[in-house]
Design a protein around this ligand. Structure first.
Ligand code: NAD
Length: 306
């Protein structure tokens, strides 16, 4: 039987609507939230993400600006900019787009962001609060996954949840959020032994490994909810044909752009076993930016005492 498809767009639209209402309330008080984005270098994917974030802010009425810095920006210059944005009382949120070009180390600069403006939820203070179960800013992608699970009516309490990936930005905060919702959580990573066996115990499986189609039908318990966070560019026509047999849209996309975006889950096979599954694109992706908008409004309300 084919799984229920969990689309992110409708859930993201509902979050954006909620945020737009909150922005209107703040604007009526003369406190329109303001987000400042820092992009160092010219990575095309980062440029595109930053563009989408700016557009999304505009749509809900959040003021936003992007600081485009060249790849050869020095550590002093970057820390100086973060310091100025920290000190500016009119700035509510600061987002440092990752990854930074070498030799700049993302962690070093994330640590410099004022925790009260850390809308990505990656400052150690916010990471600590999240793990203590009293979150302020939840990293946007895992927050979006929880919104999606809730909107689909997935009962998390007492379920077996497996998170595939242990990054600071997705895997670890995802595990913390599932734990806070009383799931029994296992975190897998590149050194996990018997990955398929562990994953196939999950009632809820969240894949965030960054490896195209790593999760096959063998990793999925019949009826499980499968959330695919992965976004991977696949350029190999043979692989695309294997993953999406008889899908002319994918073939057309490949021919036009030279690549297609594939999740960490072999969607075609896994959907035959799962009870519900997210597609890529169109599943988790739209929720990430919605989470950023929500965090920016949260920052503005807290900082401005609303
Ligand atoms: P990352 O590279 O920082 O972490 C990947 C994790 O997966 C690591 O913990 C690693 O141990 C684990 N892993 C890698 N290969 C594995 C394997 N073969 N078996 C088991 N575990 C393995 O990546 P990330 O930043 O957490 O992102 C993960 C994926 O999610 C990427 O594809 C990324 O593009 C995507 N992503 C999507 C969104 C979105 O909005 N949809 C947001 C963030 C990240």
């Amino acid at each position: 039987m084919s799984a229920r498809i969990l689309e992110g767009a409708a859930v993201a639209a509902a979050i954006r609507e909620r945020v737009a209402g909150q922005v209107r309330e703040l604007s009526a008080l003369g406190m329109t939230p303001r987000l400042e984005v820092i992009l160092v270098g010219d990575d095309p994917a980062s440029r595109s993400y930053v563009g989408s974030k700016g557009k999304a802010c505009q749509q809900v009425g959040i003021r936003s600006a992007t600081h485009f810095l060249p790849a050869e920006t020095g550590a002093d210059e970057l820390s100086g900019l973060i310091g100025r944005l920290n000190a500016d009382p009119d700035v509510d949120g600061i987002l440092l787009q990752l990854p930074l070009p070498k030799p700049l180390d993302g962690r070093t600069f994330l640590d410099l962001v004022d925790p009260s403006k850390d809308v990505d939820g990656l400052h150690p203070v916010n990471v600590g609060l999240l793990h203590q179960g009293r979150p302020v800013f939840v990293p946007c992608t895992p927050a979006g996954v929880i919104e999606l699970l809730d909107s689909a009516g997935v009962a998390l309490q007492g379920c077996r949840a497996v998170v595939l990936g242990r990054s600071e930005i997705v895997g670890k905060p995802m595990a913390a959020l599932l734990l806070a919702r009383h799931a029994t959580v296992t975190v897998c990573h590149s050194r996990t032994r018997g990955l398929a066996a562990v994953c196939s115990e999950a009632d809820v499986l969240v894949a965030a490994a960054g490896k195209a189609a790593l999760v096959t039908a063998d990793h999925v318990k019949p009826g499980a909810v499968v959330i695919d966070v992965g976004v991977n560019r696949v350029e190999d026509p043979a692989l695309v044909a294997r993953l999406y047999p008889g899908d002319p849209e994918r073939q057309a996309q490949l021919a036009k752009r030279g690549y297609t975006l594939v999740g960490d889950v072999d969607f075609t096979r896994a959907r035959e076993v799962a009870g519900a599954i997210t597609p890529v694109p169109g599943g988790v992706g739209p929720l990430t930016i919605a989470g950023l908008l929500q965090n920016t409004v949260t920052a503005a309300r807290r900082r401005r005492g609303v």
